[in-house]
Design a protein around this ligand. Structure first.
Ligand code: SF4
Length: 755
């Protein structure tokens, strides 16, 4: 156990967090041996205050998965794997990646992943390996979900607005079911409060009658794939009935003339009918939003992975922009951050082969095979896959397998032998999220923002290493760091953090190459001063210093004192020493306006590319295909799903096979009942699934859970596939024209009853 972490037990309960969704609720757990045997919400946690949903009870299925790896693995020519020692693995991986770099350039080495719902420190440390190799192209799962939204936000305000559902009079969820997918702290109690208050309103736009929709005051149960029609009809009501916030727009917005011209022409009754809604309901909801004293809005995969993905995000954000719900309590605000998950979204960068738009530093996931399966000289030749499973999670698994199998070198860094690791040349086993220091950079709360740096609560599984140490060894094996460059930093670290801060600034400004390897420099020089086993936490010193430089006032309002590096040091000390998370910033609402990054610090309402698409809705014909009459939602979040973090199907109390849900009317017409089997066929593939009949879905709309179809050893040790892997059914060219986000929630399909 690490030196400081060992002292942090209280009454046998250890403090940590849930790693199954982006909220990362604080937990207290009991550990026996290497297992987590009891779990409860941590009442002292600064953000979650004891809240945890039922999923947290099952995290030991992640910690104690049967397919966890305990040795580096090397693939033999016949596809089987052999165990090798760490020294051999690091030397061979470094040599192979350097050979690719020297022959084809560092840009030919593609990095995918960098963390999931609970672990982002691996991605942060990986930047050193990537820089040492000159690997400049990367992506991760956000590029099949949120990049369209990021791009829109970049154009509108240059920042990422957060909702404030605690104080909002009206809460709007678009393609989102927070009851199951959460997305903000204490989602279920917050939804219940909203629902119970007659002076507030909960509005849900979703084709399914979700648990959230059941609590809603207004449920706009749109036809699948018609969100853009619904959202433009709502905006058109606001414009045509003159419900927009004129004074706010005069003071805070630029443009809008082109947008409002188009919205004035929208035939509201027609668009409502196209979306399967009554015009009366559409008008009532638009008026409720426009007249509220405060509105917060949150979108999610339901519209991001559906037709008009980026346009949907634009229209969703216009709901709060044109009603003036920005920069005040209960509305949308721009928050602080402890680190950056996303690069500059306003930069126009393109992928090397296809020239696809790279948003926030991420290549669209759906085009990755196109950047490999080509004879283009700039194609990717090698790939590092870290804490990610693209062969399962990205569209068109068949094509993704073909692409990855064609690469010169593939290295996977993960805790388990995933579907992607099975296709790697080398697999480097990482310690679990409970065996090392970890954190995520998801926190985006306003006005108070939080960060939770978690200490290890279990000794690392023998044979595994924290990713930080894996990257340190790779960087060293590549000869990218010299001991003599680090000597002054070691000396300064021994004197204290103030001396270290000065020495660090001096070393990285006089030797910029050292600055590019900052995570490993911190790990090697500051890390040892934190105590044995705590070196991984050193990277947070850099993050704390950055935050202190970027948001000094907000950090001081949170109770930290000092200027410059002293403020960063105070923040780091708090992060390192608190096991309940830290309130690291406190904002006032005016701060939001100072964070708007458009040149005139105003909201820019017109996005010409998307206004053109908005216009084109008028001529869009409803999509019908008699060959594929159903719409499959490939990857629904349910109470029994957690992406692929947990691989053991036994973690699901029910729905172990991951049923295909369908409406009673469809079940009747197919002559099938719950428990029966169907064949589901799309343009790309075919699979068999067990059926669950539910009146939550409309006729013609069926759904499969996300995270199904993972390979896992059965009781005899034979690998079995459990459920349907959704991406065997999806196609990589079925995607948004602008951001490349896939239409996983809208896959045309046909069904055949098997009995
Ligand atoms: S799944 Fe999400 S909401 Fe549920 S306990 Fe874990 S982090 Fe909290």
């Amino acid at each position: 156990m690490s030196e400081s972490a060992a002292s942090r037990n209280s009454d046998g309960w250890e403090k940590t967090a849930c790693v199954l969704c982006s909220v990362n609720c604080g937990l207290e757990v009991k550990v026996e041996g290497r297992r987590i045997t009891r779990v409860r919400g941590n009442k002292d946690h600064v953000a979650s205050h004891g809240y945890a949903c039922e999923k947290a009870q099952r995290i030991d299925h992640y910690q104690s998965g049967k397919d966890r790896l305990d040795s580096p693995m090397r693939r033999r020519p016949d596809g089987s794997f052999e165990k090798i020692d760490w020294d051999t693995a690091i030397a061979e991986v470094a040599a192979r990646l350097m050979r690719v770099r020297d022959e084809f350039g560092g840009a030919s080495i593609f990095y995918y992943g960098g963390g999931g719902q609970g672990n982002h420190l691996c991605g942060a440390y990986s930047t050193a390996t990537r820089r040492a190799l000159g690997a400049v192209y990367a992506s991760n799962a956000l590029a099949q979900e949120k990049t369209g939204e990021f791009w829109v936000e970049g154009r509108l305000t240059g920042g990422r607005p957060s909702p404030d559902f605690e104080h909002a009079e009206v809460a709007v969820f678009v393609g989102k079911n927070p009851w199951q997918s959460h997305g903000f702290q204490s989602a279920r109690p917050t939804l219940r409060k909203l629902s119970a208050d007659p002076n507030r309103a909960l509005i849900v736009i979703d084709p399914r009658r979700t648990e959230t929709a059941e609590l809603a005051d207004y449920h706009l149960q749109v036809r699948p794939g018609t969100d853009a029609f619904c959202l433009s009809a709502l905006l058109a009501v606001m414009v045509q009935e003159d419900l927009i916030a004129h004074e706010f727009l005069r003071e805070h917005a630029s443009g809008g003339a082109d947008l409002f011209d188009v919205l004035r022409q929208v035939p509201i009754a027609d668009y409502c009918s196209r979306a399967g809604l009554s015009e009366t309901l559409g008008r009532e909801v638009a008026r409720r939003i426009a007249r509220a004293s405060s509105v917060s809005v949150l979108e999610d995969l339901g519209i991001e992975m559906a037709p008009h993905s980026t346009l949907n995000s634009y229209l969703e954000k216009l709901l709060f922009c044109i009603t003036g719900n920005f920069g005040r309590k209960g509305a949308m605000n721009l928050h602080t951050g402890m680190g950056k998950l996303v690069g500059d979204v306003t930069k126009d960068r393109r992928s090397p082969v296809g020239g696809h738009r790279i948003i926030g530093g991420m290549i669209p996931c759906n085009v990755i095979p196109d950047e490999i399966l080509t004879d283009h000289p700039k194609r990717f030749r090698a790939m590092i896959i870290e804490s990610a499973n693209p062969l399962h999670s990205l569209a068109d698994s068949q094509r993704m397998r073909e692409a990855i199998d064609s690469l010169d070198t593939v290295v996977a860094i993960d805790v388990a032998m995933t579907e992607s690791a099975r296709h790697a040349h080398y697999v480097l086993p990482a310690s679990s999220q409970y065996e090392k220091w970890e954190a995520t950079f998801f926190s985006s709360e306003f006005p108070n923002n939080y960060f939770h740096l978690r200490a290890p609560i279990i000794e690392p599984m023998p044979g595994t290493l924290p990713e930080a140490e894996i990257h340190r060894r790779l960087v060293r094996a590549m000869g990218a760091l010299k001991d003599e460059d680090l000597a002054p930093l070691h000396a300064a670290a021994a004197k204290g953090r103030s001396e270290y801060a000065m020495a660090f600034l001096q070393a990285t400004s006089s030797n910029p190459a050292l600055g590019t390897l900052t995570p490993i420099v911190l790990y090697e020089t500051l890390g040892p001063t934190l105590g044995k086993g705590n070196e991984v936490a050193a990277i947070m010193w850099g993050a704390a210093q950055n935050s202190a430089m970027t948001y000094p006032e907000a950090i001081r309002r949170a109770g930290f004192s000092g200027d410059g590096p002293a403020l960063g040091n105070a923040l780091f000390d708090a992060l390192f020493n608190s096991r309940d998370g830290v309130t690291f910033s406190v904002d006032d609402y005016e701060e939001t306006w100072r964070r708007v990054k458009t040149p005139d610090q105003r909201i820019h309402l017109d996005i010409p590319e998307l206004i053109e698409e908005l216009k084109s809705l008028a001529n869009e014909k409803p999509e019908t295909d008699s060959q594929f009459p159903f719409i499959l939602m490939a990857g629904e979040r349910r109470s029994s799903t957690a992406n692929t973090v947990i691989r053991d199907p036994a973690w699901r109390a029910k729905d172990r096979g991951g049923a295909l849900r369908m409406s009673p009317a469809d079940a009747q017409s197919l002559g099938i009942a719950s428990g029966g089997r169907v064949r589901i066929t799309t343009r790309r593939g075919s699979a068999e699934a067990v059926v669950e009949v539910t009146d939550r879905l409309q006729p013609g709309h069926v759904s499969l859970p996300n995270g199904g179809g993972l390979e896992y050893p059965d009781a005899e040790g034979h690998t079995v596939i459990n459920g349907v892997p959704p991406n065997e059914l999806t196609a990589s060219d079925h995607r948004d024209w602008l951001a490349g986000t896939p239409f996983h929630k809208h896959v045309p399909a046909r069904l055949e009853a098997l009995g």
